[in-house]
Write a protein that binds this ligand. Structure first.
Ligand SMILES: *Cc1c(COP(=O)(O)O)cnc(C)c1O
Length: 388
């Protein structure tokens, strides 16, 4: 049975060209970039080439890119690094209720250590309101962090507007752009961000590598001590194959993103329309228009998301309910609850995130298989009977 993978928001398959580009850096070109002999310098050159590529994709300068171990580290470096660098100015941080756990938990960590956090609500579509950000700013605000697009419901946030407010107030502004870089156009000057998180494995690169964009002049405290790598902003011998892989993934994304996003939007809308038409009690979560080209998130009434996933898996279809992190627990997704969904609708949520290998046939297969699964599960469900 051919597998249909519809969980690209959790991770993407590494592009074969990316793997090819990485391989020499495990073998022939294994040098340490801090060494001065030619082996080391070869590795150094590869890191700098990747840095230029990553910077190029988001309209940054190469010296503004800090390589990290992924999106989680980039988010932690942004929040903790900026918080501790600006401690002398204040202790107030503004964020939203739909952030990735890497931002939310880093904020919670800081809250336990003397910082105050304002967690702004979102509307029913998952949109944060720039006016709320403006109102939340106090004389002590040192950092604002708002996700570029939700990994769960796909809503694209008004980052430019919030960036303008942050800029006027002279407050450091971070955005987690892990779901957007390589998927839609991202430009750090247009978005007016000072810090921006990237992860390689969400854009067909390898796992365990990412980057934080740090605008020139933005003060950051390093989370790592022990070396001068990344201009002292991230100590530790660089993950050369990973960084090269990120560079290659970014190069491919630069060539393909615009066209691919258009294609995925078509598939996305076909799948959304199909789901709403073929089943009762289904509603779309997230914004109908301001959403990632590859994100479909629906609540299917009177079923458990986990039960739907297991049955889809038996049919060779991989999807998700809520985020990859929360699916191991049985807690409803904090993002869906923040949109105001009652817990039972949050429990019945299904996220499909499309990617490069997906075709029209894959969408067709979901639409053929899913209504039968849902009907079977509903026939066993006491929830549906009691509501009638
Ligand atoms: C996946 C993801 C992360 C974490 O990135 P890792 O590289 O897996 O650590 C952070 N933020 C968002 C929005 C994500 O989707």
């Amino acid at each position: 049975m051919n597998r249909v993978y519809l969980d690209h928001a959790a991770t993407t398959p590494t592009h074969p060209e990316v793997v090819k580009a990485m391989l020499p850096y495990f073998t022939d070109a294994f040098g340490n970039p801090s060494s001065i002999y030619s082996y080391g310098q070869e590795a150094r050159a590869a890191v700098e080439e990747a840095r230029t590529r990553v910077a190029g994709l988001i309209g940054a300068r190469s010296e503004e890119i800090v390589f990290t171990s992924g999106g989680t580290e980039a988010d932690n470096l942004a929040l903790k690094g900026a918080a501790y660098a600006n401690e002398h100015k204040g202790n107030h941080i503004i964020t939203t209720s739909i952030e990735h756990h890497a931002v939310l938990e880093a904020a919670r960590f800081l809250e336990k250590r003397g910082f105050t956090i304002t967690c702004l609500p979102v509307d029913q579509y998952g949109l944060a309101d720039p006016a709320d950000v403006r109102r939340a700013i106090t004389g002590k605000t040192i950092l604002i962090s708002v996700i570029h697009a939700s990994n769960e419901v796909g809503t694209i946030e008004p980052i430019e507007e919030i960036g303008r407010i942050a800029e006027e107030a002279g407050i450091c502004f971070h955005s987690d752009a892990v779901q957007t870089v390589g998927h839609i156009a991202v430009n750090v000057d247009e978005l007016k961000v000072d810090l921006l998180s990237i992860s390689a494995h969400k854009l067909y690169g390898p796992k365990g590598v990412g980057a934080l964009y740090v605008r020139k002049g933005t003060r950051l405290v390093s989370l790592m001590q022990g070396g001068e790598q990344e201009k002292g902003r991230r100590a530790g011998t660089e993950n050369i194959p990973g960084i090269v892989g990120l560079g290659k993934a970014v190069e491919i994304a630069g060539q393909e993103t615009a066209k691919e996003a258009e294609r995925l939007r078509g598939l996305r809308d076909k799948l959304i329309t199909g789901l709403l038409e073929t089943m009762d009690h289904v509603r779309l979560n997230g914004h109908p228009r301001r959403r990632l080209p590859n994100n479909i998130n629906v609540s299917v009434g009177f079923v458990e998301g986990e039960a739907v996933l297991l049955n889809l898996d038996l049919e060779g279809i991989c999807a998700s309910t809520g985020s990859a992190c929360s699916s191991a627990s049985l807690e409803p997704s904090h993002v869906l609850l923040a949109l105001g969904l009652p817990p039972e609708q949050a429990h019945g949520s299904l996220r499909c995130s499309l990617g490069r290998e997906n075709s029209e046939q894959d969408v067709g297969r979901v639409l053929r298989v899913l209504p039968g699964i849902v009907a079977r599960l509903r026939a066993m469900s006491p929830l549906l009977k009691s509501s009638r």
